[in-house]
Design a protein around this ligand. Structure first.
Ligand SMILES: [Zn+2]
Length: 257
């Protein structure tokens, strides 16, 4: 064998060894620690390529409603140094469903149906804080990568031309695991406490939805009410400030109507 061939087979062997080690490490530790190391800027770039929700569904809102949404977000973000690693864009969707979800790159969507069901701005703040935690704990990117690695995902990437609708279908109803939901609840309670927002809104909304028997899909994998109540005890309300006045809440609630 020549020296060059020797070298080539050595490099090939090394590549296989590295690949094998990589797979073993991911299997042992899960994908989460690696996903958390991905810079958020990359996730944002990816989000610009893949946009599951057509902008036509997003409500423009009035000048005052947009200002109130900004005010609400201003209370929740940024709260600490870690927050500066992320950014968020919140949109209200023209949909009667009681739903909220986060997409890649910190894009958060709240259905107008959820606003109409909410009884206080603190309830909306609780839902928002929960979705923000899914983003900052990189659950969205993790779910995305797992989906892409499925057969259906690989087929789309390596298959012939792929329509936008096919892409969108791949990322619809991207559910979270129960432990991710518990993590997002914990993150939400931490955020509400730091923001001096009364967490009884968070508690009330989730409890009411559970009791109504028509649990929205985005809440279906959430921890039971008992374990949520236990968790809430770990984050007692200190001094709290209202998110908006009663007058402002009336205006905000009518977003998209
Ligand atoms: Zn969730």
């Amino acid at each position: 064998m020549t020296e060059t061939a020797d070298k080539a087979s050595y490099i090939k062997g090394l590549a296989w060894l590295l690949l094998g080690t990589g797979v073993a490490v991911v299997l042992a530790f899960g994908i989460a620690p690696f996903v958390r190391a991905v810079p958020f800027g990359w996730e944002r770039s990816l989000a610009q390529v893949i946009q599951p929700v057509p902008p036509a569904d997003v409500c423009a809102g009035t000048f005052q409603q947009r200002a109130l949404l900004k005010k609400l977000m201003g209370r929740l973000y940024p709260l600490d140094k870690n927050d500066s690693r992320f950014s968020f864009d919140v949109h209200i969707l023209n949909s009667a469903q009681v739903n909220a979800f986060a997409e890649l790159g910190g894009e958060i969507f709240i259905d107008k149906g959820l606003l109409q069901k909410a009884r206080s701005p603190e309830e909306v703040a609780g839902v928002l804080a929960h979705e923000m935690s899914h983003v900052s704990r990189r659950h969205i990117l993790e779910g995305f990568l797992v989906r892409v690695m499925t057969f259906q995902g690989l087929q789309l990437i390596f298959g012939p031309s792929v329509s936008n609708a096919q892409w969108a279908a791949l990322f619809m109803n991207m559910g979270f695991t129960r432990s991710q939901e518990a993590e997002a609840d914990r993150g939400a309670l931490e955020r509400l406490q730091k923001a001096h927002i009364d967490n009884r809104g968070f508690e009330a909304f989730f409890e009411r939805m559970a009791r109504s028997g028509s649990m929205p899909e985005f809440l279906s994998d959430h921890p039971s009410n008992e374990s949520r109540l236990e968790m809430i005890k770990e984050f007692p309300n200190g001094y709290t400030r209202p998110v908006m006045s009663d007058e402002e809440w009336k205006v905000f609630k009518a977003y998209c109507r």
